[in-house]
Write a protein that binds this ligand. Structure first.
Ligand code: C5P
Length: 241
């Protein structure tokens, strides 16, 4: 059964898990507070979400002990209400805590990694529109460029995976609020924490739609990603991107 569209009246909230330490970036501040173009990654992400016409409220899950710092950093963000809560031990915990702080009248939820700081407004709008049109769960994805091989514990190749059917999945991921709330309420602790929210939906048998992602929604993970972010920002500043 295709669910009824949410329609134009429902409000849209964006949850921003930003509580990760970012160890792959090397020593320093939590990843969301690292700078690109002189501005913390989290501030880039929240400014863009708040400026998206669809987004009414943004709830950030801040690194433990940094709630007040993050509130101050986001104090002058325009375009949407911004709230900050303390994040949790795993990404899934951070999303659950942010979800609990969403106003009751929000019925479209986007979950967006602070680390995907440069995801463009057009992508945010496309994901929100898909949920408003009745999709229960939608994620952006892009084709995989590398050849992918499955390896065993010794590093020996087990198989080469056919990459044509694979997608690298990004955020924002969009959900009907009731769906995401049920998923998080019923999630059982697992040995391997999930790396995205669609994983919970798949495990529960919910149809997850993959839509076209954006190269600019890359996740800042390694030091070289910060260089890429600086370049994208410089290009945007010069008006050529
Ligand atoms: O570590 P990874 O890059 O997969 O994290 C994805 C996003 O989840 C980041 O924005 C990170 O700050 C966030 N996160 C979180 N709480 C955690 C771990 C990660 O909010 N405990």
């Amino acid at each position: 059964v295709t669910p009824a569209p949410v329609g134009g009246r429902g409000r849209c909230g964006a949850l921003v898990p930003a509580a990760g330490r970012g160890e792959r970036l090397g020593r320093g501040d939590p990843k969301a507070l690292r700078l690109a173009g002189g501005v913390p990654l989290l501030v880039h992400a929240v400014r863009t979400l708040a400026s998206a016409p669809s987004v009414d409220v943004v709830v950030v899950a801040a690194p433990v002990g940094r709630v007040e710092d993050v509130r101050a950093l986001l104090a002058d963000v325009q375009g949407a209400q911004v709230d900050v809560v303390e994040g949790g031990a795993e990404r899934q915990d951070s999303v659950r805590l942010a979800l609990a702080a969403l106003p009751a009248d929000v019925d479209v939820v986007l979950v967006h990694d602070a680390a995907r700081a440069l995801a463009p407004v057009a992508l945010i709008e496309a994901v929100a529109a898909a949920v408003r049109a009745g999709t229960e769960a939608v994620v952006p994805g892009i084709a995989v460029a590398d050849t992918l091989k499955q390896v065993d514990a010794d590093g020996t190749v087990v198989a080469t995976v056919d990459r044509s059917s694979l997608r690298a999945i990004q955020t924002p991921q969009g959900f009907r609020r009731s769906v995401l709330a049920d998923l998080h309420a019923n999630a059982k602790p697992t040995d391997e924490p999930l790396t995205d929210d669609a994983g919970l939906a798949e495990a529960a048998g919910i149809h997850v739609l993959v839509m076209s992602g954006s190269d600019e929604a890359f996740k800042v993970t390694r030091p070289i990603d910060l260089l890429l972010a600086e370049t994208v920002l410089a290009q945007r500043d010069s008006g050529s991107a």
